[in-house]
Design a protein around this ligand. Sequence first.
Ligand SMILES: Nc1nc2c(ncn2[C@@H]2O[C@H](COP(=O)(O)OP(=O)(O)OP(=O)(O)O)[C@@H](O)[C@H]2O)c(=O)[nH]1
Ligand SMILES: [Mg+2]
Length: 299
Amino acid sequence: MNEVFRCGFVTLLGRPNVGKSTLINALLGHKLSITSRRPQTTRHRILGIKNNPDNQLIFVDTPGVHAVHKREINAVLNRTAQTSIEGVDLIALVISAKGWTPADEVPLKWVKDHACPSVLIINKIDRLSRKSALLPLIEESNAMAEFANIIPVSATRGTNMDILEKQIISLMPASPAGFPPDQLTDRSERFMAAEYIREQLFNQLGQELPYSTAVQIDSFEREKKILRIGAVIMVERPGQKGIVIGKQGERLKQIGSQARRSLEAYFDSKVYLELWVKLKQDWTDSAQALRLLGYIEDI
Ligand SMILES: Nc1nc2c(ncn2[C@@H]2O[C@H](COP(=O)(O)OP(=O)(O)OP(=O)(O)O)[C@@H](O)[C@H]2O)c(=O)[nH]1
Ligand SMILES: [Mg+2]
């Protein structure tokens, strides 16, 4: 054991879909944040806390940063990401191994405008057919900003994750733990339950529909060995209700049974889940509705 205990906040920042949430789960060694193949899955700042014998790493997951603001929710997600780099000890900018894209420019600018130390994580290296493509990308990245280090990884395969963790630890300040050692996140059980239901909406609904949905937990009760959860899936246009429910309720049933599985794994308990679908007209474009649904937070 080292004599000094280290503890710090590490924000993962980047354009949508580069694998920030997958990386945090891989660093934590268990699933916390929801992930999907679609961009803009994460909508909140979520802390994932990793307790090691001589350090505590507090990872901050953020919504993917994007340049186009079609609806109010897009602006809100960007603001959440931007405030998540304030006052942290390290910013980990995440890009894809396929290379820099114009969409990486906004998060890169935020990193450059901040005095905070940063590292660059080049994720999804398993997607590269020629590993030799990495060297020129690292060289190009070196000229982009003053990164303390550039680490190529694969979050899904677990490649170089140990190197990444060591590098992060070395950049953490000497400090006592910020959270009790048994705390894994700053988020409530109700919040996490809503997230795991939302994950299924992203996985099981096609086209633009996931972006029109939100989840609210109505009831959350422990009853002996069963966790009873009642939740409402919010849609923003009348026609969407029927699509989420599906023919004879089949789609909603599928969403419910997959979500229940994730919830049972997260809560390590048998779960009874009841879902309803409700219309909340144009909620993605209303600051008031976004506040009510918990997307605008004063942090
Ligand atoms: N091949 C490959 N896929 C990956 C890797 N890491 C993440 N992915 C996939 O990339 C997709 C997006 O991952 P997320 O973790 O949801 O991405 P994100 O950056 O959090 O996205 P937003 O929350 O939308 O900003 C998912 O389908 C992941 O399985 C990786 O190392 N290799
Ligand atoms: Mg995410």
